[in-house]
Design a protein. Sequence first.
Length: 291
Amino acid sequence: METDAVVLDVDGVLVDVADSYRRAVVETVARVHGERIARSALQPFKDAGGFNNDWVLTDALALYVLAREEGFELSVETFTDCIAASGGGFSGARSVIDDELAADARERINAALDREYNREIFQQLYLGSDLYRDIEGAEPVLDEAGYIHDEPVLLNRETVDALQTRFDVGILTGRPAAEADIALDRAGLSIPEPHRFTMDDWEAGKPDPAALQTLAERFDAETVAFAGDTLDDIRTAVNAETADPDRTYHGIGVLTGGLTGDSGRGAFDDAGAEAVVETVNELPELLESRA
């Protein structure tokens, strides 16, 4: 397997976001809606698809909490299975709720769910007061240090050098551009603007393949390896292969996000991963052995 270009996800691949983004999801719902759901409940949402954006995940978790107050009895596992069957994402979550609850209950839920306010609280928790002022251009209502400072770097300097010496390297992330810049700077990875896609560049989000295809075109690559920590990352590569048959796309699962161990490997394999690695730092050896 010859690889011309390597595209990397950021969260769960370059930096560990268990105590930042995922914590912000749980804490936002707890502060706004008064119920703290276990952090382990987030992975089934991610696996269902359509939740690459953690603001959307926050809204879906809030929707679940509000629905339970109206008598919704499905467990997280059953709920997320139904979301997957309904197409994934927030629209899938809302569809499941709509099928289970009466019209008056749905109206109360819709009235209580303020997605813009959820986003504001999420960003204040995640960025902290100072960065929130700088990046969002607004005055925070919370006084927070920011979970963004609790993101250990997963990428070794040796891996950066090995990848950038041998391959064209790009970034494909659901982060906003400003937050992607912070993570890349911490990871010591310099990527020119044309070789990165963030939330600000690409409305559809994963697993839509358009951004990955565009990177392949910009690299003039015949074969692209895309490494990510979620099933939607793998689905992005699979979808790109279908949409762009003149190129080869390989999805590589990385076990430093929510998917871990043998169960994580199995889930990646089922989604169509070409390979699974324990960390991003195994990529140079993997690609060398397959070259």
